[in-house]
Design a protein around this ligand. Structure first.
Ligand code: RM4
Ligand code: MN
Length: 437
């Protein structure tokens, strides 16, 4: 019987990348609800991401979106993030908010527009050179709404050509990850609708091109863990965009709609070598928090991933393999379910407390932690409900004093050193190891 103590060491190096856009205001197409303390600048988004990391020890990288996170000096932004104890992660391109791209970007029939879209990605790689980011993530809002509207085959060919120009610009330690999504904003056909299409496209590019799996981008009932298993088997699972959905792509908190699905995914990740120091898989959140508090929402999210990872690690794989090979259908399923039903929350909370990472999923700060510790920053001091976006200095957009100007009390030395090692490990992309298993 596996106990929490047996697997605790394996949780030590877990890293989940948080998206800068999770901290900004977002909404549905009906309404965007503003919230007090919402970041006004990239720096403030990074500061919020750093708060999530200080409370969880789980989020050492923040992913940026170009042009939403445009700044003049990315080297300075990198130093700013590093001073707050985190690094800059994946760079996300954007070819979905420009009139020119109404009928396509990388797939457009007009060479001028294709070149413009390719150039945007080359500019993103310039940013990566300065931020030290490993991954360029490409999600395309491309497709058609009506049968006959476009030549689907020709669009695939143009996509391949555009991607190959982008790929050629990548540095040795950089990667391209191609995300797929089965519908929206196009509703008849999508140019990269599924893992198979993404796989075919990245396979043609070379070893530095991988598939990005966004958990929200599948039709209801899709067996996502099978896709995880297949992509790991093929050596092409580059990254996750974690989130939850009930119907369409709604970017809700990962592990909230179906924690069992997240567990099943993590089981296949562990099974396929996608977890741990030898893995190159990036675990990212792609979420928005429209009605809930954003920093606690992100904390809840990374802790959900940690919790399901712990449960997946507790699966008794020897017993499971034996039951599978014995043809013991019910026994195998019971072993699987036993791991899922093992409640690790108290063990995890105690484990985090030992590391000065006091967040718990329901109460970002445990009562014990509140009594015994001073908080990392005055502005991040948790209210009874936990750390929030309630910084006085951000309450009014007209007031320009930035929270970033405030001194940040460093995390405990041990945590910081650990984080630095982990960030370096992530950046290096495990260069010396073979990319494929
Ligand atoms: C897409 C996809 C991408 C995200 C855009 C804004 O649905 O999930 O990852 O960057 O939305
Ligand atoms: Mn995504």
């Amino acid at each position: 019987m596996t106990t929490f103590r047996d697997i605790a060491a394996q949780l030590e190096g877990q890293a989940i990348e948080v998206p800068s856009w999770a901290y900004g205001n977002s909404g549905t197409r009906f309404k965007v609800f503003g919230s007090a303390g919402t970041p006004r600048t990239v720096e403030e988004k990074i500061a919020d991401a750093a708060t999530v990391n200080r409370f969880t020890g789980l989020a050492p990288l923040v992913s940026l979106h170009i042009p939403w996170d445009l700044v003049d000096d990315y080297a300075a932004l990198r130093r700013y993030a590093e001073d707050l104890g985190i690094g800059l992660g994946t760079i996300n391109s954007n070819t979905f908010q420009d009139d020119d791209y109404k009928l396509g970007a990388l797939t457009h029939t007009d060479k001028r527009i294709r070149t413009k879209a390719v150039d945007h990605h080359l500019a993103c790689i310039d940013v990566m050179d300065q931020t030290g980011s490993r991954d360029l993530k490409i999600w395309l809002a491309e497709g058609t709404n009506y049968p006959g509207q476009g030549d689907m085959r020709g669009r695939q060919d143009r996509l391949a050509e555009s991607l190959s120009t982008i790929y050629d610009r990548l540095g040795d330690d950089q990667r391209l990850v191609l995300e797929y999504k089965f519908f929206e904003p196009a509703f008849y056909h999508t140019d990269v609708p599924d893992w198979g299409t993404s796989y075919v496209q990245v396979q043609a590019l070379g070893e530095k091109a991988m598939v990005c799996l966004d958990t929200g981008h599948h039709a209801p009932g899709t067996n996502i863990e099978f896709i995880v298993a297949q992509l790991l088997r093929l050596g092409r699972l580059g990254s996750f965009d974690f989130n939850s959905r009930f119907y369409a792509d709604d970017d809700l908190i990962v592990g909230s709609a179906d924690p069992f699905q997240l567990f099943r995914i993590m089981v296949e990740v562990v099974r396929g070598g996608g977890y741990g120091p030898d893995s190159d898989v990036a675990f990212m959140l792609d979420q928005c928090h429209n009605i809930e508090k954003k920093i606690p929402g992100q904390i809840r999210s990374v802790l959900n991933v940690q919790e399901m990872t712990a449960r997946a690690l507790m699966l008794d794989t020897d017993a499971l393999t034996k039951a599978q090979e014995d043809g013991d259908v019910l026994g195998a399923n019971e072993i699987f379910m036993d791991a899922f039903y093992t409640d690790v929350r108290a063990d995890l909370a105690a484990w985090r407390e030992e590391r000065d990472w006091p967040a718990t999923p329901c109460r970002p700060t445990s009562p014990a932690a509140t009594r015994s510790r001073s908080r990392p920053t005055a502005s991040a001091a948790p209210s009874p409900a936990g750390p929030e976006n309630s910084n006085e200095d951000r309450r009014h957009d007209t007031e320009h004093r930035s929270r970033a100007d405030r001194p940040v009390q460093p995390t405990r030395q041990r945590s910081q050193e650990h984080q630095l090692r982990r960030r370096q490990h992530l950046r290096e992309g495990h260069r010396d190891r073979p990319r494929h298993r």
